[in-house]
Design a protein around this ligand. Structure first.
Ligand code: SF4
Ligand code: SF4
Length: 365
């Protein structure tokens, strides 16, 4: 059974040593980094967020991970999709603050990639970011939050969307290719869908009809989620959702296959758990009280345990944006919010042979 190390955010005594950073330091001491990382170049893969988002992982925790790798004799660098590295500075992820360089995973222009084959006919090949493949080891440092496409964005998404080039990200999203419905009667022409689109794929034509360019669309659903009137909807058959999750699992397998055994470690930070991905460029209030920080050697274990610890019962009233209210009435918190079972990506990773959902928790105090 896989072990999950857990540092709880709960403070039981008014004592700095009982707060999350010292507990996280004790957790890092138990991670066996010397065996994993001594003399290795270690990619610390994050999703650094964008725009005005202020609820990504606090730099203090990033610094602690960097220091732990250095103390173990490793050579860390921080990395994310090349388009995101400028955004890292705005959130305090700079060499001066976190103690490591921030490097574009796919090189300066997101074109440094290695193309590999997969076993999935709908996604026969993927372009893996060169600076990830070239690293000797990796820490997948993820912020746990909701996600419109997958229900949950954690370690699986951090790898599947963040360790591939732009073309492959589009190809994975296109597995969910679906039909858009636009209701001109409900549309107020507020253009929120247009300003929310990361690829400028959506616009009104000369006759004031809303159109979406299939070529540019990544199927991220920012437009449908941000539409305040429900005028824009995307039909999403279940099999397409499952196909998308399978695509993510295949990418994870392809990325993990580039590392030797015992060279990848997972840390998921469950603080400031918001309903939308950090790529949206803004933050809404955290949905539940901070849970803490989890660490594991296995991708399935980290994701299953993180999801299990985010309880619907702990939803703080008033924290959901009005457009996401009321939440649905069944399933995980993120299924109620996004209508998608966040455990599907975990099941697909199990089916891909990446691990098992059985785990035990060691509470690090
Ligand atoms: S799904 Fe995403 S990429 Fe496509 S039109 Fe909507 S916002 Fe743009
Ligand atoms: S967000 Fe909705 S209401 Fe506003 S322009 Fe787009 S489709 Fe119309």
């Amino acid at each position: 059974m896989e072990k999950v190390l857990f540092a709880s955010a709960h403070v039981d005594r008014i004592d700095a040593d009982c707060s999350l950073p010292p507990k996280f330091a004790r957790l890092l001491d138990k991670c066996g980094y010397e065996d994993k990382f001594k003399d290795k170049r270690v990619a610390i893969k994050m999703h650094v967020g964008s725009g005005m988002g202020f609820y990504t992982i606090h730099p203090i925790f990033v610094r602690m991970v960097v220091d732990a790798v250095k103390q173990a004799g490793g050579k860390p660098f921080l990395t994310d999709g090349s388009f995101s590295t400028d955004m890292a500075v705005a959130r305090g992820y700079t060499h001066e603050v976190v103690g490591a360089r921030v490097v574009g995973a796919g090189g300066e222009h997101d074109r440094y990639v290695y193309t590999v084959k997969t076993d999935f006919p709908d996604l026969p090949e993927v372009q893996l970011c060169g600076n990830i493949v070239d690293a000797d080891a990796m820490i997948v440092l993820s912020h746990g939050k909701g996600h419109g496409h997958t229900g949950y964005g954690g370690a699986i998404k951090n790898i599947a969307m963040g360790c591939v080039g732009y073309g492959s990200r589009g190809a994975i999203h296109a597995l969910m290719r679906a039909h858009f419905e636009w209701d001109s009667e409900l549309c107020t022409h507020c253009e929120q869908c247009i300003s929310g689109c990361p690829t400028q794929a959506i616009r009104f034509n000369d006759r004031d009809e809303l159109g979406i360019s299939e070529h540019h669309c990544r199927y991220c659903m920012h437009c449908t989620i941000s539409c305040p009137t429900g005028a824009l909807q995307m039909e999403q058959p279940l099999e397409k959702f499952e196909k998308f999750q399978r695509g993510m699992a295949e990418v994870c397998r392809a990325v993990l296959n580039t590392f030797e055994d015992n060279r990848v470690h997972y840390i998921s930070v469950l603080t400031n758990i918001t309903p939308l991905c950090d790529c949206w460029g803004f933050s809404t209030p955290p949905l539940v009280p901070d849970v803490g920080i989890l660490a594991s050697d296995n991708i399935v274990t980290i994701e299953q345990s993180a999801l299990d610890m985010i309880d619907y019962e702990r939803l703080i009233p008033g924290t959901l944006p009005d457009q996401l209210c009321p939440p649905g009435d069944h399933g995980h918190l993120f299924e109620r919010i996004h209508g998608k079972d966040p455990y599907e990506q975990v099941r697909q990773c199990v089916a891909a042979g990446l691990g098992s959902t059985e785990y035990e928790v060691e509470d690090v105090r």
